[in-house]
Design a protein around this ligand. Sequence first.
Ligand SMILES: [Fe+2]
Length: 98
Amino acid sequence: MGFVEIDQHREALKGKLRDLDILRKALIAELDAINLYQSQILTLENEEAKKVLAHIMNEEKEHAAELLCVIKLLDEEEAKQLEKYLKAGKVDKCAEEH
Ligand SMILES: [Fe+2]
């Protein structure tokens, strides 16, 4: 799917679906930012610079959590799934056989 098709898809969305589309894309951006900062922290040599980027990375994690919170409020099925898996507590409980 090209960028033009994606833009047309976004234009076709209305109301809550459009809001969810925007929020999910914002969540993707936050997760990408976390990965970027993590790799930069591993590459940096200066300890103070590492601390600053670690602080920023943790803020991005908070932003991701805030976005999930809003998505949960707008998407009943996502809320149901998040409630189920956030209580898991162990990695082996993070997947369910279907
Ligand atoms: Fe952010």
